[in-house]
Ligand binder design. Structure first.
Ligand SMILES: *[C@@H]1O[C@H](CO)[C@@H](O)[C@H](O)[C@H]1NC(C)=O
Ligand SMILES: *[C@@H]1O[C@H](CO)[C@@H](O)[C@H](O)[C@H]1NC(C)=O
Length: 364
């Protein structure tokens, strides 16, 4: 079997998180079948990278031409996981350089980028609560915490969870909001205790994030609604855009997005990812992605077409059905873990989640 083909299959199950490096999209994977020449080029690069990994890392790693074998040698232990990420990272960059362009990205570390902000953009609400994801799989969790904290009005009518660390102040933290042990709603939304553990390793998809958000939103009169970017026509894509723009222009609503970094020209630093949107600028037709992986990029203005390229990608695991036995993430090898979770994953499109007051929703 062609090693690249196998690599593609073995890594296609990787999700929305810091192990985002391993996530493959349709657009990326389709490029694998482009040409024999390209395959051989990639095979050569793969061999060079393998040798590099072997030479620079421990001598427990032996020369392997088969990526699956490399994956199973590396396993999921944190100390070796970084080797795996590094390896994948190099592998992905090769594709992205040819496939995507970062033309049009404007980072919020330039004064002209600040000038695109509107007076009432959600960016300002996120100033109370937008924090870096605390581990590399928690992009969705940091995103949810940012949204909850951003809804904390001056009148504090929005009831946030309390993390004992900040007692007596209410504040959504990444520790508390996915704590399935102390919250039955979260326990159910995550699919029980064994599945809950998986969040730390593979992140969350659009099939689960709104349910978890609703555990905190519904009692406060808000609701989270998923909008998968499954549009097949330009008209449908425009309808979706209008929903997002309308929500961003309403001070009580928030929008978060689940996207592939490759689509917006940031593929060199990973793939499946979550972040809140901080605003829309009509003149430039761009959206402000407030990246919760603050250790990677500042917030970035991204044109609609690029944003749409990023969200209209497939996630192999939008939702993980309940695991009935625990996964020993530290001791099982990569291929074993994949074989357990693959049958429980529901694939689908990434997309947006709109958070808004319930009564606004009822009116429609
Ligand atoms: C797209 O997603 C929406 C919302 O989940 C769903 O109602 C619709 O059937 C989906 N369309 C396609 C073509 O899958
Ligand atoms: C702004 O951020 C971009 C993207 O991370 C980076 O390439 C650039 O060097 C940064 N510029 C400044 C002035 O820090």
């Amino acid at each position: 079997m062609n090693p690249q083909k196998k690599m593609n299959e073995s890594t296609s199950l990787l999700l929305n998180g810091g192990y985002e490096q391993k996530q493959r999209t349709d657009s990326v994977s389709s490029s694998f079948s482009l040409s024999f020449l390209r395959k051989t080029t990639i095979a050569t690069i793969f061999a060079v990278v393998s040798v590099f990994v072997i030479l620079t890392k421990t001598n427990q790693l032996r020369v392997q031409e088969d990526p699956i074998a490399v994956a199973s040698m590396l396993g999921w232990k944190d100390d070796v996981h970084y080797d795996w990420e590094e390896f994948q990272h190099k592998y992905v960059i090769i594709e992205d350089d040819n496939t995507y362009s970062d033309e049009g990205i404007l980072y919020l570390n330039e004064s002209r980028a600040f000038r695109l902000l509107g007076d009432n953009d959600d960016f300002y609400y996120y100033q109370q609560g937008w924090e870096a994801q605390m581990n590399q799989a928690y992009c969705s969790v940091a995103t949810m915490a940012a949204v909850l904290n951003s809804l904390r009005g001056d009148d504090t009518s929005f009831k946030l969870p309390m993390d004992p660390i900040y007692d007596p102040f209410y504040w959504a933290t990444q520790h508390t909001i996915v704590d399935a042990k102390h919250n039955d709603c979260v326990f159910n939304a995550l699919g029980g205790k064994y599945s809950a553990e998986s969040v730390k390793h593979i992140g969350l998809g659009i099939g689960m994030v709104p349910d978890i958000m609703n555990c905190y939103l519904n009692s406060n009169g808000y609701v989270a609604i998923p909008y998968p970017a499954n549009s097949t026509t330009e008209v449908e894509a425009n309808d979706l855009k209008h929903i997002i723009v309308d929500a961003l222009s309403d001070g009580r609503s928030r929008v978060v997005l689940n996207y592939d970094r490759g689509g917006i020209g940031q593929g060199g630093l990973g793939h499946g990812h979550w972040s809140p949107l901080g605003g829309y600028n009509k003149e430039t037709d761009s959206f402000l992605i407030m990246d919760v992986a603050k250790y990677k990029h500042p917030p970035a203005w991204v044109k609609w077409m690029n944003l749409f390229d990023g969200v209209s990608t497939k996630d192999t695991c939008t939702k993980l059905l309940s695991l009935d036995t625990p996964i020993d993430w530290n001791n099982m090898d990569f291929t074993t873990i994949l074989s357990i979770i693959s049958p429980l994953c529901i694939p689908g499109y990434r997309g947006f989640v709109v958070v808004k007051p319930k009564n606004m929703y009822d009116d429609e």
